[in-house]
Design a protein around this ligand. Structure first.
Ligand code: TTP
Ligand code: MG
Length: 600
């Protein structure tokens, strides 16, 4: 059986994880620096989605009701954050900045405000430059082709706080652990430099974690928040009777806080360790002492190991080897790569929720138009690039700006709606209703760069979305919709540079899209409708190849380490978030969901 000692650790990489502090509030502060010194809250619907630290000092917190926030701090400045454009643009800019700062180009974004960087090559190069006889006067080289670009630093000591707080003595460790320590020390100085650059050049402070994989780097950053950084120091493997620092660090975490262990997996593990049926869904939130099961509880549970975990978590719908994978995660082993840069998002969507419900067709149509126009504008921002060279023979006035071309053509448009929850036989209103959705081939007209987005939106609504809506809702009136989402997905990328590449050809093909897609079937994603697949809680078409556990787990990751201050039952009706399974007040669900969906 694979036990803790036989687990294969790979600590050859140095990964830095960034989490921007009070992200939305910082974006607004950067636009208007006068707001930096006042309590500032960002409002979506009726809740504070985030606030700056001055506001937190005065008692405001994330996911608080606006009414409560105003009561606690009447002079707080409240800025509407419904339109995500400014946050998305800032996120893209910061991501680009960080990505260009590392040699590997490996930078991966999670949501709007988290980024992992793989800094292995930069760190190893700079470890190679160290003079072991004079570590205190080291120079970190930032450009391989120019040895003068960089900064001075003291490579004999780590920069910033560490876990554990007091570093172990060099003499007491193996040569391998001493080398790892040196690489982490160098990594910590690079992290300091990047944090400093992000603040001085872009105006954003961040909280950073440094370790040898994504899981550990993300978790350790949270140890010192905000405006700080934390490094997990070796030994990463047990030495004699002393546990590895990685184990000491993870042991205190609730099992549900480990990225990769989503709500359902955590619940099954808790049930096993506590020896009683918890049932699903439970109003459980991490930190609830009644159900608290830590990583240490799991590790030390009698008979626990990859095989027992496979028994608990495996079965129909679970990927083979899930027990071993989870066993690795709770020992801080995560081989997942920091993703390479994605040129285009996998989907773009616009949605809004309607607490007062949409009832008439005129209301629905108006909202479809608003969402479509926003969607087309967003597609132009995210999917167009300047085209160089091609068409030079044509006359083109300079003021017309650079010619633009689509980097990708979404092949599918999807309309999703959610209706007011049905009333149960006992008269009580059900807590949550599912989304239903319908997909269709993307009409060519949206790719026109000649027409204004509002004109294109008119046509998109009339020619595509209204027919889709009618198929989705057979009834003639009175839909009581509380949410509409319009999304484009199924991106066909065109080539980045070369004119004669296959990608470019695909782009051309899409100009003849009707022909290309003649076999494309319109599918209804609603449950049990056409039998082409099952329905996710979001009404998305589910890929039957992807088991539930995997589908759910990574989505829940993004919450695993966040401080979600919402305290469940405040007497409001609450819904359970389909992504992370936390209970969120109904009024906050749209904003909360949007938070997850930023990662798409
Ligand atoms: P967080 O990282 O949770 O919060 P934060 O960056 O504002 O604050 P911290 O310093 O504690 O990290 O979320 C990132 C952004 O996502 C946040 O600025 C606002 C947005 N957001 C939502 O839109 N809805 C939500 O429910 C939450 C929690 C955040
Ligand atoms: Mg943040």
């Amino acid at each position: 059986m694979q036990n803790a000692r036989s687990l294969q650790r790979d600590d050859s990489r140095i990964i830095i994880h960034f989490d921007y502090d009070c992200f939305y509030a910082s974006v607004v502060e950067n636009e208007n620096p006068a707001l930096k010194s006042v309590p500032l809250a960002i409002q979506q619907k009726q809740i504070v989605v985030t606030c700056n630290y001055e506001a937190r000092r005065r008692g405001l917190r994330k996911l608080q009701l606006i009414t409560e926030a105003k009561r606690v701090c009447p002079d707080a400045v409240i800025v509407l954050g419904e339109d995500l454009t400014r946050f998305r643009d800032a996120s893209k800019e910061l991501y680009g900045f960080l990505q260009r700062s590392v040699w590997s180009g490996r930078a991966e974004r999670l949501g709007f405000d988290e980024v992992w960087l793989d800094c292995t090559d930069m760190v190893d190069y700079n470890v190679g430059l160290l003079n072991q006889n004079d570590l205190t006067h080291s120079f970190f080289c930032l450009a391989r082709d120019d040895p003068t670009v960089g900064f001075d630093y003291d490579a004999s000591t780590v920069f910033g706080p560490t876990f554990p707080a007091h570093a172990f003595q060099r003499a007491s460790c193996t040569e391998e652990e001493a080398q790892l320590r040196q690489r982490l020390v160098v990594g910590s100085h690079l992290a300091r430099h990047l944090r400093h650059e992000l603040e001085s050049q872009k105006g954003y402070t961040s909280t950073v974690g440094i370790a040898t994989n994504k899981l550990l780097a993300k978790l350790v950053g949270n140890v010192n928040k905000p405006k700080s950084q934390t490094t997990i120091l070796p030994p990463y493997r047990p030495v004699g009777h002393v546990d590895a620092t990685v184990t000491q660090f993870l042991d205190k975490h609730d099992i549900g806080k480990i990225p990769g262990i989503g709500f359902k997996l955590a619940q099954k593990i808790r049930t096993c360790v506590l020896g009683r049926q918890l049932g699903l869904p439970q109003p459980y939130t991490c930190g609830d002492a009644k159900y608290s099961v830590t990583v240490q509880d799991v590790r030390s549970h009698s008979g626990m190991g990859p095989e027992m975990l496979e028994e608990i978590l495996g079965g129909a719908g679970s990927p083979r080897g899930i027990g071993g994978k989870v066993w690795e995660l709770i020992h801080g082993i995560d081989d997942s790569e920091v993703g390479k840069v994605k040129r285009v998002p996998s989907q773009i969507s616009q949605e809004d929720s309607y607490p007062r419900y949409l009832v008439t067709f005129a209301e629905v149509k108006k909202q479809l138009h608003t969402l479509s126009e926003r969607l087309i504008r967003r597609m132009r921002m995210d999917l167009l690039e300047d085209e160089e060279g091609e068409g030079e023979e044509e006359f083109r006035p300079r003021e017309a700006g650079p010619r633009r071309r689509w980097m990708a053509h979404p092949r599918t448009i999807r309309l999703s709606t959610r209706a007011r929850p049905a009333t149960a036989p006992d008269g009580a209103r059900q807590r949550m209703s599912n989304r239903i959705s319908r997909s269709a081939p993307m009409p060519n007209l949206v790719f026109s760069l000649v027409e204004e987005p509002s004109i294109l939106a008119d046509r998109l609504v009339e020619e595509t979305l209204v027919p889709m809506f009618r198929k989705l809702h057979h009834e003639k009136a009175g839909w009581n919709l509380n949410l509409i989402n319009v999304a484009v997905t199924n991106m066909a990328e065109t080539a980045a540079e070369s004119k004669d590449s296959q990608g470019r050809d695909i782009g051309r093909m899409f100009r003849r899209q009707d022909e290309v897609l003649k076999d494309f079937r319109v599918t209804v994603d609603s449950e049990g409708d056409d039998g082409t697949g099952s329905l996710s809680p979001r009404g998305e078409h589910l890929d039957p190849e992807i088991p539930d556990s995997i589908r759910n787990a990574p989505k829940a990751d993004c919450l695993a380490t966040d401080d979600w201050d919402f305290e469940g039952d405040d007497g409001q009706q609450a819904d359970r978030c389909e992504y992370c399974h936390y209970e969120v007040p109904s009024f906050a669900l749209a904003a909360h969901r949007r938070y997850h969906e930023l990662g798409t």
